[in-house]
Design a protein around this ligand. Structure first.
Ligand code: FAD
Length: 106
């Protein structure tokens, strides 16, 4: 079984990759699907206290589905609120597409 750390690490990989591939100019259906995805994800995420906090956070900070940039930045800020909560370093959200969409320039 996956422990909480590994489940989290792999889940963030999936979530940030989904945001990286989201359309630049989403159709209304894309926006609805994305909002539904996060609602369902927060009901199913298999770490109970994580899921409870996520549901509350989503109510206060609903997904920004108007573009790839908006969604990726929104998710980065959500991830940073979890980082702060559990004492991890915050990530620089200006680098989120470099990390999860384009790959680091080097
Ligand atoms: P992770 O936080 O898993 O990050 C993986 C990689 O993402 C990092 O190496 C970094 O390259 C990149 N990254 C880091 N921050 C950002 C960011 N803001 N934006 C974009 N990329 C970033 N654990 C708990 O103990 N309590 C909780 O309540 C909890 N809630 C969670 C809620 C959700 C929705 C998820 C998906 C996970 C949650 N976790 C929780 C797990 C926790 O967030 C970490 O995934 C876990 O501690 C492993 O951390 P990690 O060091 O591997 O890095």
């Amino acid at each position: 079984p996956l422990d909480r750390e590994e489940l989290g690490n792999k889940s963030w990989g999936l979530l940030h990759t989904i945001a990286a591939k989201y359309p630049e100019n989403p159709q209304p259906k894309d926006k609805t699907t994305m909002r539904e995805f996060f609602t369902l994800f927060s009901k199913l995420y298999p770490c109970q206290h994580c899921a409870e906090d996520l549901k509350e956070d989503l109510l206060k900070n609903p997904p920004r589905t108007e573009s790839q940039e908006a969604l990726s930045q929104w998710l980065c800020r959500l991830h940073n609120r979890v980082n702060v909560k559990i004492g991890k370093e915050e990530f620089d959200c200006s680098k989120v597409n470099e990390r999860w969409r384009d790959g680091w320039a080097d």
